[in-house]
Design a protein around this ligand. Structure first.
Ligand code: NAD
Ligand code: GLY
Length: 352
């Protein structure tokens, strides 16, 4: 049984196929390839678990594999270069498909390589973390980190298909599952109060990895993200709402050293900080904080000097004319992107 959500982008529209047991040949990926060759990018952790299972999904196509070292600290131009080297070594043509098998790190680097090789080749996402299934595999943001800032180098490059086999979550470490829940909570907090309420009621089921609960959460996040991306693919406006908590979160990741705090953990603490900056009605910040805590995620940032916060946040991609912009909540389930915030309140929040 599988279900599909479509990202509506005209002739670049694509399906997000969600279901159990979709690997092992149960979904034909060759239909989404122009040619007969693909390069599967994975890492040293995921490949031993799922590379062989994925192979039958390509039918008779030729498959070359490359495994990168595991971790956010390897989300670099060097890793992308390794993928490009593999494509050249395989004498890949313009009709090659680059396939990402892994979490958001592998997806982001591989997508960027696909965007650049021969000025752009087909890209397929097979996300294996909750975070990648609810967020990073959808929407076409690809890229790598720069030593001076998170995700500073990249391109928009949409996949041809996203294949989500939710059974892959069985092997995901608990800490990574929780990190994915941060982006799940984000989707409810920014634009869907009903989903937020469902999360409040069902967090224990998600933590227990109940398949129906996971499938519901993944599908709802994909629907929300697909709608936002369809409206504003290149983040000229509304798409920035998907960055709720990320201005603070990216600064945490950068200041702590990539890999120390997981992306989802940094976003979790960042969402609570952004909610505090939002000027919400009484009890609303606590409500968000309680849900974040229920997911086993941090509600407080690590100790970072205010000057370091501001230097890191100054490199945020939402900055306009040197002015920081934040995604702020009007209420849970409603948000705005704004540079209109209280400086003193921000200073207080940064001082902890
Ligand atoms: P990740 O890719 O580092 O994966 C987390 C860990 O889980 C890794 O050690 C990985 O090897 C392991 N893993 C993956 N699948 C597994 C499985 N099924 N079983 C066991 N282990 C498994 O981290 P992530 O949280 O998936 O992604 C975070 C990245 O995503 C960040 O770089 C972030 O910036 C990016 N991101 C991108 C977007 C986007 O729109 N492009 C959106 C959100 C986040
Ligand atoms: N994760 C933010 C975006 O895709 O726009």
């Amino acid at each position: 049984m599988s279900t599909a959500v479509t990202v509506e982008l005209g002739d670049r529209s694509y399906p997000i196929v969600i279901g159990r047991g979709l690997l092992s040949g149960n979904f034909d990926l060759s239909e989404f390839m122009r040619g007969t060759d693909c390069v599967v990018v994975s890492n040293e952790t995921v490949a031993p678990l799922y590379y062989d299972k994925l192979l039958p999904n390509f039918g008779e196509c030729g498959v070359t594999g490359i495994n990168l070292p595991d971790g956010e600290s390897f989300k670099t131009l060097d890793s992308m270069q390794a993928i490009l080297d593999k494509l050249v070594e395989a004498r890949a043509n313009r009709d090659v498909a680059v396939v990402a098998l892994g979490g958001g790190v592998i997806g982001d680097i591989s997508g960027f390589a696909a965007a650049c090789y021969m000025r752009g080749v087909d890209f397929i996402q097979v996300p294996t973390t909750l975070l990648a299934q609810v967020d990073s595999s959808v929407g076409g943001k690809t890229g790598v980190n720069h030593p001076r800032g998170k995700n500073l180098i990249g391109a928009f490059h949409q996949p041809r298909v996203v294949l989500i086999d939710t059974d892959t979550l069985d092997t995901l470490p608990e800490r990574e599952l929780a990190a994915g829940l941060a982006e799940v909570i984000k989707h409810g907090a920014i634009c869907d109060i009903e989903f937020f309420e469902w999360l409040e009621a069902n967090m224990p089921r998600l933590l227990a990895r109940e398949p129906d609960a996971l499938a519901h959460a993944i599908k709802r996040c994909c629907e929300i993200k697909a709608a936002v991306v369809a409206e504003d693919e290149r983040e000229a406006g509304r798409r920035a709402i998907l960055n709720f908590g990320h201005t603070f979160g990216h600064a945490i990741e950068h200041c702590q050293g990539y890999g120390e705090w997981l992306h989802g953990e940094a976003v979790a603490a960042g969402m609570v900080m952004a909610a505090r900056l939002s000027g919400l009605a009484a009890g609303e910040v606590e409500r968000l904080q309680d849900l974040v805590a229920a997911a086993g995620l941090p509600i407080q940032p690590p100790a970072i000097a205010p000057g370091d916060w501001l230097a890191a946040m100054g490199m945020d991609k939402k900055v306009q004319g040197k002015q920081l912009r934040f995604v702020l909540l009007d209420a849970i389930g409603e948000c705005r992107v704004s540079s209109d915030y209280d400086d003193e309140r921000l200073d207080e929040i940064l001082r902890g």
